[in-house]
Design a protein around this ligand. Structure first.
Ligand SMILES: [Zn+2]
Length: 530
């Protein structure tokens, strides 16, 4: 044969890890053309040809070797998995969290789940869980994380577990008239762990994407400035609040409401995981409405559960395939709910909210450009904050009030409730340590706060974030109550009143915001290849 006419094109496409920046992820094409040049285009011998091939392959191997030193995850593919575990209580009746007064339910409307996904970039692993619960304290979540860590090897510090904040799940954390259900709380911990472990076991090759779509329809500031004298005003000894100009959920017909006290975050933010072939694997969604008022007489995952199951129905095309799992996390909903009090006859229930959020999430999904590999970085830190404790005089007043008015029966009014809360806070420590966490998934950032965070805080965090898109998850990695910005305290209103659901120092919000911003920055600047 005439080897001089042999033109061997060797095109190699290398998917390189995006180190040090994802943007440099590129496709490198190496083209080797072997032509008989040394003999002036004349036919060369078979020996000459094979020698050149050997030299070319050697050169190519050297190039590959050099790249593999520079880019440790050569041709890497992200891995991901997801799972869900049923956490519906099996023993009824049971107290639920979320209502002001004692609430015990005997019926299940829809099942509760602990849902989880894991991500693995080849060197770093991250597990994210969302639990259908109103709030879960750090003690329980840490136990679940430790158990899952032992089974998977994923560090506890790389696990982010939050509560959806459904108000119709068993009481796991004591809230107003509903103290925890200790047996359910104990039963729940290994199930949260199992969701993380199963997600890890279900992992396989995955591509990753993220996007957002605004949905202002169902997120409205629920705190309204009122005409003087028209806001609720329980005794200041029991709330720690001397005056109240703000009222929560005043209603459409209330003509004494003036204006809302803060902005809201309308974003439906999604992290999407697919197989390399494009089959949906899992989704982590986030929206900043409080909940959607599922009837309090039944166990329900509220709109969070309905969104997840509906999304699975929309994306799971083939029932024979491993089940798609959606997770719906709570954003910054501390001062937001889904009711527009400027409009009459506003219809709200879990179904209408779930359908609207699902439609927005599907619109966001349609815009995603998926990456085969993204770097993962996690940073977390503890922050010690002061606790707003009642004084000795306030405790004494609360005790006398309860002995005179509430003996041997549950509390049933704001004033009775907050008198009880004043006593319950008596033995609390002067400070509490909070866990803050930032997760980097490529150019997508997640900030996790263990509080019911206001919309203004979420918007400020997103603005300060170094990432193109950021998700803020509330009620994450524990529960440390409402987080009003300092300027909200003088306005008063429910979420500023001192209780087990609102006790952090008045300067907690800027301190949390600053530290979480620093953590997000840290994950962005860390070189994921190291
Ligand atoms: Zn709440």
């Amino acid at each position: 044969m005439n080897l001089s006419r042999l033109n061997l094109d060797l095109n190699l496409t290398l998917n390189l890890n995006p180190a040090p920046r994802e943007e440099i992820k590129s496709k490198i094409k190496i083209k080797i053309k072997i032509k008989s040049k040394s003999n002036g285009g004349r036919p060369c011998s078979w020996a000459q040809f094979t020698s050149r091939i050997r030299r070319s392959i050697l050169a190519l191997a050297t190039v590959l070797c050099l790249f593999s030193f520079s880019f440790p995850c050569l041709s890497a593919q992200s891995q991901a998995g997801a799972a869900k575990i049923d956490i519906t209580p099996t023993r009824l009746p049971i107290r639920t969290a979320g209502n002001l007064t004692l609430t015990s339910v005997s019926n299940v409307h829809d099942h509760l789940f602990a849902r989880a996904l894991v991500l693995d970039d080849g060197t770093t692993r991250v597990a994210i869980g969302v639990v259908d619960s109103c709030m879960v304290a750090r003690e329980e979540l840490d136990k679940a994380k430790r158990a899952a860590s032992q089974a998977t090897g994923i560090p506890v510090s790389h696990m982010l577990v939050s509560s959806t904040h459904t108000h119709t799940a068993p009481a796991v954390y004591g809230c107003h008239g509903n103290d925890p259900e200790p047996e359910y709380r104990e039963w729940l911990v290994p199930r949260i762990a199992e969701s993380l472990v199963q997600a890890w076991r279900n992992r396989g090759p995955a591509r990753v994407g993220w996007a957002k779509q605004d949905l202002p329809t169902f997120v409205h500031c629920r705190r309204w400035l009122m005409e003087p004298g028209y806001a609720l005003h329980p005794h200041p000894d029991f709330t720690g609040c001397l005056s109240n100009r703000v009222m929560m959920n005043p209603g459409f017909a209330n003509t004494n409401k003036l204006r809302q006290t803060g902005p809201v975050d309308p974003a439906v933010t999604v992290l999407s995981l697919q197989t390399p072939a494009g089959r949906p694997l899992a989704m982590l969604a986030n929206y900043s409405t409080h909940y959607a008022s599922a009837p309090s007489s039944q166990i329900s995952a509220d709109y969070f559960g309905e969104f997840c199951e509906g999304m699975a129905g929309a994306l799971q095309k083939d029932e024979r395939e491993p089940r798609f799992v959606a997770l719906m996390s709570n954003g910054t909903s501390g001062d937001a709910n889904c009711v527009d009090f400027t409009k009459a006859n506003w219809v709200v229930n879990p179904t209408v909210v779930a359908e609207a959020v699902r439609a927005a999430a599907l619109e966001a999904l349609a815009t995603i450009t998926y990456r085969d590999w993204v770097p993962l970085v996690v940073a977390e830190a503890e922050l010690e904050l002061g606790v707003r404790l009642p004084s000795a005089e306030q405790r004494q007043h609360a005790r006398a009030y309860l002995e005179a008015n509430v003996v041997g029966r549950p509390t049933r009014s704001w004033e009775e409730n907050y008198a009880r809360e004043t006593l319950l806070l008596s033995d609390w420590p002067r400070t509490k340590k909070l866990l803050l966490q930032a997760v980097r998934i490529g150019e997508f950032g997640i900030g996790a706060i263990p509080c019911e965070t206001y919309g203004s805080t979420g918007l400020a965090l997103k603005k300060a974030s170094p990432f193109a898109l950021t998700m803020i998850i509330g009620l994450a990695n524990g529960y440390n109550g409402y987080l009003p910005p300092p300027e909200q305290f003088p306005l008063g209103g429910y979420t500023t009143w001192r209780a087990r659901t609102s006790y952090l120092e008045t300067n907690a919000e800027p301190r949390i915001r600053d530290l979480l911003t620093a953590l997000l920055q840290k994950t962005r600047t860390v070189n994921p290849s190291q």
